[in-house]
Design a protein around this ligand. Sequence first.
Ligand code: UD1
Length: 352
Amino acid sequence: MRILSVVGARPQFVKLAPIAQAMEGKAEHLIVHTGQHYDEMMSDVFFTDLGIPTPDFNLGVGSGKHGKQTGAMLGGLEEIFEEVRPDWVLVYGDTNSTLAAAVAAVKIHVPLAHLEAGLRSFNRRMPEEHNRVLTDHASDLLLAPTEVAMQHLATEGLADRSVLVGDVMTDVLFRTRAAVQSRTEALPSGVEPGNYYISTIHRPDNTDDPVRLKQIVDSLASLDRPVVLLAHPRLVDLARRHGLELETGAVRVASPLAYPQLINAVMNSVGVITDSGGLQKEAFLLRVPCTTIRPETEWVETVELGWNVLVSENLTSLASVVQRPTPDPTTAAPYGTGEAAGAVVSALLEQR
Ligand code: UD1
């Protein structure tokens, strides 16, 4: 069986790693990189560190407005799908690369499987929400990470195409955690292990409006410990355009980290403050308290179990939320036990 994975953005490389490994000896696995993310620290290091094979195709589309970026991918992917004629196109998560591959595949009748199906924020301002809803409804096989995702798919009439496989990010996180446990990565000067927060902010709703971004930076600046702000290129670019200094008060600006270094940095932190989807879950799996700067989350289990608190409008409360007491311990495993990639490959082999 020939399976073609399409990835393009940082969180997709993380999800691809355990899948590529689980495919070995089971199926012919080819990889397309759309080029949505292209900086070394946003792309190449993930392939190197996580042992992902070099992509068979790279479209090199780069940055652009949604329409132009997605359209460039659509044209390029159609040609590749026609050439390769895979038994499955496998798409990941909710980025523009996901949607482009989904549309390209179904138009030429190539079977489509969606990994991380069924997640919903119900926030229609998010480009990712449209990407995931449209991709789910186009797909022939929906690979859901959680029970909640399965319920969303059933509500939308998609139960007969859905399979609960678990979360592949748990697979890669557990493997990496074991490898980096004894290490202490270099931190910005003046930042001590066990006495800092890790932060990432990149969503359009948090970065595009100068007033909103300044409020977020000011609330991070007022925290009681250093805040290592791992700055996504979108954040750096917009802060410069808004004339906003990021390194202020408690905030120490640093470049994005490679995956093992990120996991190590979170493990040695006292808390995470983020608007990333993946990082909320990584914090939970590492049992580090998380504060999410968004009005809602797809990963509702992290909130229900007390390890994640949402802050959106009332940013003046950020310090008291971040500096809250450590939540009660839990042995709950809503994201599985690290064997999801094998379940994904089995489902793909069985359903064709
Ligand atoms: C994308 C995904 C988002 C995901 C995020 C992870 C969509 C709609 N959004 O958002 O779901 O959480 O990736 O990082 O697909 N840039 C660089 N170098 C790079 C990549 C991007 O400088 O390697 C800059 C671009 O110039 C652009 C900005 O970052 O201005 C945004 O990149 P884009 O891929 O469009 O979206 P993200 O915000 O990264």
